[in-house]
Design a protein around this ligand. Sequence first.
Ligand code: H2B
Length: 96
Amino acid sequence: MVDKLTAKQREAALKRLNGWVYDEAKDAIHHVFKFKDFSEAFGFMSRVALVAEKSGHHPDWSNSYNSVTITLSTHDAGGLSVRDVELAKAIDTILV
Ligand SMILES: C[C@H](O)[C@H](O)[C@H]1CNC2=NC(N)=NC(=O)C2=N1
């Protein structure tokens, strides 16, 4: 079982991420990604899905046409953990 991040750990982690926003009520981070069209959005989701499955950690997400909203939290820990930060970093890398 992984521990939730402390406020200090969370703040340090957020500085190293690209555009992720902390939601205190959910103890989660989220990001809305916009693409040219559905095809690009779904291609991105496919790449995220492969990374998520490989790492055994999965996003809560939704898609509407060219927009993908991703929320990351660790269900097993009841909040934000290092696993979410690692997945967010991997997602950021997909977009570089
Ligand atoms: C057994 C399996 O590793 C766990 O249920 C994993 C799967 N993916 C997960 N994803 C997320 N976001 N949180 C979890 O706690 C989680 N747990």
